[in-house]
Design a protein around this ligand. Structure first.
Ligand code: SF4
Length: 388
């Protein structure tokens, strides 16, 4: 039939043309900035009236011209999320496997020059963490590590088979890997990969990634292309809001999402909205995004793409998370520990990556979600559970 013919054609199509770094190389940051700065009320109204939005519409919705339409945007975002995902919100837990890191990132407590105690979990420590996380009910786990040779493919290939049998979904947020490596990890149970670009502006990126492999801007930028080529089920994007003009970075990420969606149409996509948090040796944000602007950004993403999974972490305050539940999110972390060994052993607090803001126990988060009229699901969001 027509659909399978299309699938065959796409599968036969030659190697993927152009990775996203080529787009970034050929794109002037100032021009992208002017795109959102020039948006008018007419542009906002046009975007609000459309059902299929392009990147230019997204620029209008994140612009100052859209600020008077915040209520309308949030209302529409809620409606679209309910229609597409039903009244559910899925919970996940990050599992920090290691805080050793050979990189120097100005905003992170794990940076190699920070004099903190380093720990990489061994098999028995991982088993204890897994048991502690499972006892809270989680069925979707996100593995997180620093970036070092000690915690790379051989370690992942030993640890994933240990962890995966306990969870129905396993995602990773680790250093970017080669396409073949992603394929190998998929073969042993990897479902999703998150690689946050932090910022799409090369000069700013290099100011904040001073040493180590992470200072390779293009290798990181093209990681989502490699994840897509490896056929990984879910690809997660994000920028660290505050490193650069949050509107321009978000607009670049919207371009990135569309680039990937055109090429890797079998994958699902998620976005997150981390704002810079205090940490060991931390920095002052260059561009502050207020709570109100963050709400605008969240609603703009939902209007831009109704299929997009959107994730909210414990970086945000209980009050913000309370109000954000209905806004457009599909996934939330709860009672997160950002230090290796932190679930099974409270004494590990000194190892944490950043201070979390919402420290409430899982039971309180579930109550809060249910009070907002949403059901908690423990797996990653499942299309079979969605609304109409
Ligand atoms: Fe290491 Fe990641 Fe922290 Fe950078 S952000 S110092 S790579 S753990």
């Amino acid at each position: 039939d027509g659909a399978s013919h299309k699938i065959r054609l796409l599968e036969q199509s030659p190697a993927i043309e152009g990775q996203f770094s080529q787009f970034v190389e050929s794109t002037d940051w100032q021009v992208v900035t002017q795109t959102h700065q020039a948006k008018t009320e007419q542009d906002v109204l046009r975007a609000l009236a459309k059902s299929k939005l392009d990147v230019d519409d997204f620029a209008a919705l994140i612009s100052p011209a859209a600020e008077p339409y915040l209520l309308e945007m949030v209302t529409k975002s809620e409606q679209l999320t309910l229609q597409r995902f039903g009244n559910t919100l899925s919970l996940f837990a990050p599992l920090y496997l290691s805080n050793t890191c050979a990189n120097e990132c100005t905003y992170c407590g794990f940076s190699m020059s920070n004099a903190i105690k380093r720990l990489t979990l061994n098999e028995s420590q991982i088993n204890k963490e897994v048991a502690a996380i499972k006892s809270k009910g989680f069925d979707h786990i996100l593995l997180v590590t620093g970036e070092t040779n000690k915690v790379s493919m051989p370690y992942f290939e030993r640890m994933i088979p240990l962890i995966k049998p306990h969870f129905s979904q396993l995602s990773m947020e680790v250093q970017p890997l080669d396409m073949e490596e992603y394929k190998r990890l998929q073969g042993i149970g990897l479902d999703g990969v998150l690689v946050y670009q932090e910022t799409y502006r090369r000069t700013t990126y290099l100011e904040h990634h001073l040493r180590g492999n992470k200072s390779n801007f293009n290798y990181r930028l093209d990681a989502p292309d490699r994840i897509g080529q490896a056929g990984i089920h879910k690809i997660g994007l994000g920028v660290l809001l505050g490193l650069e003009d949050w509107r321009t970075d978000s607009l670049m990420m919207a371009h990135h999402l569309r680039h990937l969606q055109k090429r890797y149409w079998r994958s699902r996509f998620s976005v997150a909205f981390p704002r810079i948090r205090p940490c060991e040796g931390g920095i002052v944000p260059k561009s502050i995004i207020s709570d109100r602007q963050l709400v605008q950004l969240i609603a703009a993403w939902r209007l831009f793409d109704r299929d997009l999974e959107m994730s909210l972490s414990t970086r945000e305050s209980p009050t913000f998370r309370h109000h954000a539940v209905r806004m457009g999110f599909t996934t939330m972390s709860a009672e997160s520990k950002t230090q290796p060994g932190g679930y099974a052993d409270d004494a590990q607090d000194a190892l944490e990556q950043f201070e979390i803001s919402d420290e409430r126990p899982v039971a309180d988060i579930m109550t809060m979600i249910r009070e907002q009229g949403r059901d908690v699901i423990w797996k990653d969001w499942d299309p079979a559970l969605s609304g109409p």
